[in-house]
Design a protein around this ligand. Sequence first.
Ligand code: ATP
Length: 260
Amino acid sequence: MTDKALPVLEARAVAKHYGALAAVDGIDLKVMPGQTIGIGGPNGAGKTTFFDLISGFIPVTKGEVLFMGEPIKGLPAHHLARAGLVRTFQVTSGFTSLTVWQNMMASVIFGARDTKPGLLFNRGNRARVETTLEAFGLSDLASARVEDIPALARKKLMVATAIVHEPKVLLLDEPVSGLMPSEVDEFISLMHEIRARGTTLVFIEHVMRFLTSVADRALIMHQGKLIYDGPPSGIGRDETVRSVYLGGAAYGLETETGHG
Ligand SMILES: Nc1ncnc2c1ncn2[C@@H]1O[C@H](COP(=O)(O)OP(=O)(O)OP(=O)(O)O)[C@@H](O)[C@H]1O
């Protein structure tokens, strides 16, 4: 069982340099079990690079990242995913010529600890896929090819293929970018359901309405550093955040997007 007092994911003075550029410049972060953290900030602030570091996708230049108290250095991303640290990408991924059902089964099979794929088409895994598709409102599209389904369904499928592994920590990179306001609302409800399961969530999002409705803690990055760490309701009142991200003006957080 997860120890409530220990961070599930921790960044200690994490930095990533590209030549002279510090894309991420010494970030400390403790993600506690069950937290939902939303990360915002202007383009080029270092959000995706930070995500790449804490998911083990790229190596740190300085500092260290710990998952469940253990340093992740040197562990490949697929190993971390199997251990419960799962992420999605900004660009909606998936096997477009396969069906929704096949994508889900592929995720279950390749994400499993067991290495004998043949054994994984079992009743338990099929039931997990069915339950997840139902929870995401995707059951009716199970036999549709991914290239034929709407953008909202593709976005949902990407999260569904991640959540079917019952991750300890789910990292989502801009889950609602490009969606219509009503679709964003649907995704907000979905995120609340995922939160209710107790999944620890960390996401990047420019859509402020989504960030403030879903997260219980907000981080704002600028030039590789954290300039805000606190309740989402405080973002619009923070002078620094307003000047570098929200345009300096009084900011109504009902606004659909920040920069991006
Ligand atoms: N592989 C790379 N090589 C060189 N520079 C990079 C590389 N990846 C990112 N950068 C630079 O690091 C900085 C941070 O980029 P990053 O993509 O992390 O920002 P971001 O906050 O996610 O931006 P956006 O909101 O536009 O996605 C940028 O200046 C970017 O050009």
